[in-house]
Design a protein around this ligand. Structure first.
Ligand code: PEP
Ligand code: MN
Length: 366
């Protein structure tokens, strides 16, 4: 299950970046000389930003939106690098973008969600990046397809790109959500399990879509041990030409970063260890009971399948299912469980129950 990636740790990418989390900030798009330099100047005052990001070519969902200023932005970014000492990161989506970015001495490239979703593009970018030494950050694909994300990283790594990291920017929401892109934290956690050496950075801006949600997402990312944050900032966010609602002023970014609590990975404290061990034992026992109960439930489900089969009754009984869900949501929320959690859990249980009944009912007699 593990994926072999040959990765140089993020702490070894640049001699002058050793802090964790690494902070990447800057506008969604480079818009003008003044906007880029003013934003950089104010970000520099915070003393907290390592990398200045700016979109030069913007992938937009619909045509006739602002598609970036293009190559001219590199002159502005060079000035930002010289004046303020930031590393510079831009998004690339094609061979030509890579060539232009490298020619302009950009320090880091990132690959956007739309491009990371396309294996043809990833193969093209990987072949252009072969033999270079530039760090590349790969955003998650639009859909929560972890194989596609790993595939994008593998293609780069196979071409010899060893300074790679993933960026978690959330996934297209197929259901109503407060987020622009649903975080589905379980996906980057699974990525950590599959690729333990891979650094993963969180992008609260594209998850939130709204600056009011940024802090909570960033704090959660820190508590889940992400190694960096990419947060969009703009000297005049409300007038930004792209992603206006989610961008913050550098001063607000500073406040947000000051509020973040960066907790430790572990504690050497004896009483901490004793308490955690006790609770973990309890959790293990509860999980054991849960598994047994689920097994018992499926056993009953199979008996029901057998009776339905003998009586010629269909598997799906919507009224029964609806009333069961309603009853359990009322009960569960009274206990303090969230409605979303109960619904999701019951959906999973129901799906498996249908599967079990289908197996019983459609079993071929030998
Ligand atoms: C961006 O970083 O501005 C961007 C376009 O992001 P994404 O690829 O995550 O949509
Ligand atoms: Mn953006």
């Amino acid at each position: 299950m593990g994926v072999e990636l040959d990765i140089i740790p993020i702490a070894d990418w640049f001699s002058d970046i050793s802090n964790a989390p690494v902070i990447i900030s800057g506008p969604c798009s480079a818009e003008s000389y003044q906007q880029v330099v003013n934003t950089a100047k104010e970000l520099h005052k915070t003393g907290k930003v390592n990398v200045f990001r700016a979109g030069v070519w913007k992938p937009r969902t619909r045509p006739n939106s602002f598609e970036g200023v293009g190559e001219i932005a590199f002159e502005w970014l060079k000035e930002v690098k010289e004046q303020f000492g930031f590393k510079i990161a831009v998004e690339v989506a094609s061979r030509e973008h890579v060539q232009i970015a490298l020619r302009n001495h950009v320090d880091i490239l990132w690959i956007g969600a739309r491009t990371a979703s396309n294996p043809f593009s990833m193969t093209e970018l990987a072949s252009e990046l072969a033999g270079t030494n530039i760090p590349v950050l790969v955003k998650n694909p639009i859909n929560p397809d972890i194989e596609l994300w790993i595939g994008a990283l593998e293609r780069l790594n196979k071409a010899g790109v060893k300074k790679i990291a993933a960026i978690h920017r959330g996934f297209f929401p197929f259901e109503p959500s407060e987020f622009r892109n649903i975080p589905l934290w379980e996906v980057p956690i699974e990525l950590r399990l599959r690729c333990p050496s891979l650094p993963i950075i969180n992008d609260p801006s594209h998850i939130s879509g709204d600056r009011s949600l940024l802090f909570d997402v960033a704090q959660k990312a820190m508590d889940l041990d992400f190694c960096g944050l990419m947060i969009e900032s703009h000297c005049n966010p409300d007038n930004a030409k792209s992603d206006a609602k989610q961008q913050v002023t550098p001063a607000d970014l500073n406040r947000l970063l000051n509020r973040l609590v960066i907790r430790d990975n572990r504690s050497a404290d004896k009483s901490y260890k004793d308490q955690i061990d006790t609770y973990r034992k309890q959790i293990d026992e509860i999980d054991d009971r849960l598994l047994n109960l689920l097994w018992q439930r499926m056993d009953v489900v199979r008996r029901i399948g057998d009776i339905k089969n003998r009586s010629g009754v269909k598997i799906l009984q919507l009224n029964r299912w609806e009333s069961l869900v309603r009853k359990l949501i009322t009960k569960g929320t009274k206990l303090g469980l969230s409605e979303v959690f109960i619904k999701k859990l019951l959906q999973l249980v129901h799906k498996e129950s249908i599967q079990q009944q289908a197996e019983v009912m459609n079993k071929k007699e030998d």
